[in-house]
Design a binder for this molecule. Structure first.
Ligand code: PBG
Ligand code: ZN
Length: 321
């Protein structure tokens, strides 16, 4: 008889034949930085995640660095919004100040910036609006300005999340022209128009005031199209490809892993986090175990890197084992 149970007898043999492992080195922690002072606002739908101003953020960064998490992904919440999100390329903007602060006080932490406009536009869309829709090519011009401003402030990597066509080529060109040829791009290459972003939009105050993002983010029904999206970003020079969300899109993660020779990231988004936290709080599931099982499923699907609000919780658990 074929007896697969032979290799499951004890924890030690299970360790020896274990195929996938979660490690703190796999994790990126998203952080919300808000303009202002004394801010430490709990996000109701994301228990344990807060918006900080720069004068309160140190204890959060102390925790992240002492847990050994290698990188953070920065999101900015500005005081001033306008039609085009011009605050995104203000060298004194909240992200730019945040980058300089982190570099000064946490010189080893790797800083990735989310590059988009939705937190900065009065209408909440990810670019310039013309005729009730985001104008792709006009937005590319401003993406380049934003990226250069992040790079000048000292960002280590940029992560464009707007799903504009040609955004990777535009960013690569802008960076190369200004001497930042060594600065890598992590592309939100395959980003779906997902209901799982709900809590994030509360956190980042980025819900569109009209319409939705379905003219630029992908249709959740589509799988082949993900390869097309990733192919273009690969050709345009993305250094890391990303799939977002993660849990409902594990098939897409595996497709990209099988088809592209680039490090692959996935974004375990706010709604995925909120579901596990909520069921955990109710005592309906074992939160820690469901969290670890979920993160592991992303690795098993093929992700090399996981962007997750669970990064601190997971790192803490990993230290114990
Ligand atoms: C902005 C952006 C979003 C997320 C990351 N960058 C939201 C959106 O497209 O509305 C989602 C993150 C999350 O839900 O955790 N373009
Ligand atoms: Zn956006």
């Amino acid at each position: 008889m074929n007896r697969t149970r032979r290799l499951r007898k004890t924890e030690n043999i299970r360790r020896l034949v274990r195929e996938n492992r979660l490690h703190v080195d796999d994790l990126i922690y998203p952080i919300f930085i808000e303009e202002g002072r004394g801010i430490e606002t709990e996000i109701e739908s994301m228990p344990g995640v807060k918006r900080f101003s720069l004068d309160t953020i140190s204890k959060e960064l102390d925790e992240v660095t002492s847990l050994g998490i290698p990188a953070v992904l920065l999101f900015g919440i500005p005081t001033a919004k306008d039609e085009i999100g011009s605050e995104t390329w203000n060298d004194q903007g909240i992200i730019q100040k945040g980058i300089r602060f982190i570099k000064k006080h946490y010189p080893k932490l790797y800083i990735i910036t989310d590059v988009c406009f939705c937190e900065y536009t009065s209408h909440g869309h990810c670019g310039i609006i013309h005729n009730n829709d985001v104008d792709n090519d006009a937005t590319l011009v401003n993406i380049a300005k934003q990226v250069i401003s992040h790079a000048n402030a000292g960002a280590h990597m940029v992560a464009p999340s707007g799903m504009m066509d040609g955004m990777i080529a535009a960013i690569r060109e802008a960076l190369d022209e200004t001497g930042f040829y060594d600065l890598p791009i992590m592309s939100y290459a395959v980003k779906y128009a997902s209901a799982y972003y709900g809590p994030f939009r509360d956190a980042a105050d980025s819900t569109p005031t009209f319409g939705d993002r379905r003219t630029y983010q992908m249709d959740p029904s589509n799988r082949d199209e993900a390869l097309r999206e990733a192919t273009f970003d690969d050709q345009e020079g993305a250094d890391i490809l990303m799939v977002k969300p993660a849990l409902a899109y594990l098939d897409i993660i595996r497709d990209l892993k099988n088809n592209f020779d680039r490090p692959l990231a996935c974004y375990n988004v706010s709604g995925e986090y909120a579901m596990i936290k909520a069921a955990g709080e109710k005592g309906w599931i074992d939160e820690d175990r469901v969290m670890m099982e979920s993160l592991l499923s992303m690795k098993r699907a093929g992700a090399d890197i996981i962007i997750t609000y669970f990064a601190k919780d997971a790192a803490r658990l990993l230290q114990k084992t």
